[in-house]
Write a protein that binds this ligand. Structure first.
Ligand code: B1M
Length: 208
């Protein structure tokens, strides 16, 4: 679809005012919100990633892309979130210490919420003590940890270990691009998910 390509291009260009308008236009044209998300918005990050790695794009530009993506997501969020309201369980989610990436985490949070979980998002760059404070305040069923960098995988491991050592009842779910099932097993997490849909399936399994 032409309009999906237009959305991708606008996100890559960091057009945060245009993106929501075109996303709305795509919805009005009857395109499914999930398709707009996957083939319009998320594809932009597949373009941005390699450009960033090759030095064709710098952090300030990528931040503009992230803002444009967020602006588009805000239009889709209420539609994607039309789920049931019964709480399947309480989940605290955050990006681990040193990690400032939040687009993927936000997507995972949105999917969990729309599937009926109560989600408390504590944000990016969260240290172990911050997770502990949140756990003590909310007593969640699951703590979901996101890491997007190979350099923050050690923080993922530290936090997982520390929370396990404290003996909280919460299950620990981990994910993010560099993480896989083998690593999740190695660090003693209770679950691993590749994406938002996987996080929903895994969370349901963990609470069974
Ligand atoms: Co950064 N970055 N970044 N970045 N960035 C990556 C991750 C990178 C692969 C780009 C590249 O070089 N090709 C690379 C990592 C290399 C590596 O570690 N192997 C990288 C780097 C190097 C960096 C910096 C070091 C760059 C620098 O400063 N020189 C720096 C580090 C900052 C820090 O965190 N300390 C940095 C900064 C940034 C920005 C701030 C500019 C920006 C983030 C803005 C924001 O998030 N608000 C940014 C972005 C946008 C990216 C890319 C382009 C896109 C990430 C993204 O949002 N993807 C990324 C390259 C890429 O992924 N193509 C890149 C879309 C999103 C939907 O996917 O986040 O993977 P993702 O989430 C998925 C799954 O991973 C999974 O589900 C999500 C939905 O499908 N998932 C979970 C995520 N969390 C989960 C938790 C779960 C389960 C599943 O359970 C708990």
């Amino acid at each position: 679809e032409e309009i999906l390509k237009e959305i991708t291009d606008l996100v890559v260009e960091g057009e945060d005012e245009e993106v929501p308008k075109v996303v709305q236009k795509a919805l009005d044209a009857g395109i499914d919100a999930n398709v707009i998300l996957r083939e319009g918005l998320v594809t932009a990050m597949d373009v941005v990633g390699p450009r960033m790695a090759s030095g064709d794009m710098y952090v300030p530009e990528v931040l503009m892309c992230a803002d444009a993506m967020r602006a588009g997501l805000e239009i889709l969020n209420p539609i994607l979130a039309e789920g049931d309201n019964a709480s399947l369980g309480k989940i605290i989610i955050g990006s681990v210490e040193g990690d400032l990436h939040d687009i993927g985490k936000n997507l995972v949070a949105m999917m969990l919420e729309s599937s009926g979980f109560e989600v408390i998002d504590i944000g990016i760059n969260q240290s172990t003590p911050r997770f502990e404070m949140a756990i003590e305040e909310h007593d969640p069923d699951i703590v979901a940890l996101s890491a997007l960098l190979t350099t923050t995988m050690p923080a993922l491991k530290e936090t997982t270990k520390a929370l396990k050592e404290k003996g909280y009842r919460s299950k620990i779910l981990v994910g993010g691009a560099p993480v896989d099932q083998a690593y999740a097993d190695e660090i003693g997490a209770d679950g691993y998910a590749e994406d938002g849909a996987g996080a929903v399936v895994c969370s349901k399994q963990l609470l069974n």
